[in-house]
Design a binder for this molecule. Sequence first.
Ligand SMILES: [Zn+2]
Ligand SMILES: [Zn+2]
Length: 185
Amino acid sequence: MRVNIGPLLADRGAIRTVAYSEWVEPPAEDATLLQPVMGELVLAGTGRSVCLTGRLRTRLSLDCGACLAGYEHPLEFAVAEEFRRAAPFSAAGAGGERELDSDDFVVPVGPDDTFDLTEVVRQHLVLALPIAPRCREDCRGLCATCGADLNLGSCACAGRPADARRRLGAPGPAVRPGRRLTKKE
Ligand SMILES: [Zn+2]
Ligand SMILES: [Zn+2]
């Protein structure tokens, strides 16, 4: 969905609301949208740029990092971005050294004054994804020995409910019969 901000660019104080509802591309390999991303966005002209703000929400299917089960994850996230016209080539300088200014954090729009709102939303969604998704706060994960889902009850190992992921990579106990010792004897 492309949005034209031409009319807002020069008009300080102009405001346009966008009722946003769109299926965006999956934000990660193991994340699937269960409903469109929805919410109200506001575009506000500042006189030389346009600010986009708002809160969006959706529901995703994610894989729990502890028990590996898929689960539904409601997600609400903020969107904030600022747009302006790209500086004309003559004013952009000949690539000489210059200091960063606030314009470097403003996204330039194309010559047709449009930007891709879908992509902006997708980028904010990616940043809002949980780094370590959990199906629930106290997920007990999988048994590192037998792989049983400890949320369903204790397994026969009766071992310590250690962090499954950490233990899976750990080397097992070294089983070395004392052969060398026997040779020497
Ligand atoms: Zn889990
Ligand atoms: Zn077990």
